[in-house]
Design a protein around this ligand. Structure first.
Ligand SMILES: [Fe+2]
Length: 317
């Protein structure tokens, strides 16, 4: 395949702050250069015999492919980021306040990141993260290192070629100029598109649809707050004798002996059971407890999840 050139979107004749000379040089030499490199690398990869290509040759080409591809993508976003009047829309003001505390707080971080790259190089990006449904500011050095699954919606190019013709070494003046030049209505549209990207699918266990789950963080918060709750570790006997630690505040009970210990539990306080990873044993036990009239849930991710978030454990001597 061949990657296609995208039309410059910032309409240089509407720019009041950056010179046409700078924008044209940037678009033709740096964006165009990345695109030409990308197509040359793609062609080379297309004709490789992978079985006989040395690892270091393939490594180099794939690394350069990533750099060139990201450089074209980010330059397209950069040019599309400018050409406005720098006045934040009401919608973006609210979204940035939601994710950063306030518009000013977002701007302070984004600007400081740009300043900090003066004399260095890289990108400052405002990126939407579908998993968490929020925006973050991030660096993307070497045209790469972008957040996996992130959708960048605003790009500030901090390579010297982006400002040297107009600003010399005065990177701060360039960053301020960029922000006065942001096309906010276009930014908002890109946010709205990005926000439609769904997060990764959660694990579904349709066979245990009757058993409600609860997250480890929620259980931890309930226990820390002293909320009345009975937390039962129901890992099989073989697992608990091998792994001696157990969630602090939990009691171990043998899932095979459920009928014998069920009567010790109170029906007036919720019961949370967990197994090793939050699959069968925990879910089945929760279902049986619910059938017996207990307000029971199973803990998602189980004992492993509890440890993964750094929640307290004790030795089950
Ligand atoms: Fe650039």
């Amino acid at each position: 395949m061949r990657y296609q050139l995208k039309q410059i979107q910032c309409r240089p004749w509407t720019l009041s702050y950056l010179s046409v000379k700078l924008i044209e040089s940037h678009y033709e030499n740096n964006y165009g250069g990345a695109l030409r490199r990308l197509n040359a690398i793609t062609e080379q990869l297309g004709s490789l015999d992978f079985a006989s290509t040395p690892g270091h040759v393939l490594n180099g080409l794939k690394r350069e492919e990533l750099v060139a591809l990201n450089s074209t993508l980010l330059h397209e976003l950069y040019f599309a980021s400018m050409g406005g009047d720098g006045q934040p829309t009401k919608g973006m003001t609210e979204i940035l306040a939601r994710d950063f505390g306030s518009l000013d707080r977002w701007r302070a971080e984004f600007t400081a990141m740009g300043y900090a790259l003066g004399g260095g190089s890289g990108w400052v990006l405002l990126t939407y993260l579908p998993r968490d449904g929020r925006l973050i500011n991030q660096y993307a050095a070497e045209h790469s290192q972008a957040v996996a699954s992130g959708v960048p919606i605003l790009a500030l190019d901090m390579y010297e070629h982006a400002y040297h013709i107009d600003f010399g070494a005065n990177a701060k003046a360039y960053v301020d100029t960029f922000l006065r030049n942001v096309d906010w209505p276009a930014l908002q549209v890109r946010y709205e598109d990005a926000a439609k990207v769904p997060g990764p699918r959660l694990l579904e266990q349709p066979e245990f649809a009757d058993a409600p789950g609860i997250g480890v963080e929620e259980v931890r918060a309930m226990m820390a707050a002293g909320t009345p709750v009975q937390v039962i570790d129901v890992r099989p006997r073989a697992a608990i004798s091998r792994l001696q630690d157990i969630a602090e505040g939990a009691q171990w009970r043998d899932p095979e002996q459920l009928q014998q210990w069920m009567g010790e539990l109170s029906k007036s306080e919720p019961v949370i059971v967990y197994c090793a990873y939050g699959y069968h044993v925990g879910c089945k036990t929760a279902i049986k407890l619910r059938e017996a009239g207990f307000d029971a849930k199973y803990m998602n991710s189980g004992h492993s999840g509890w440890k993964a978030v750094g929640a307290p454990v004790r030795m089950n001597a």
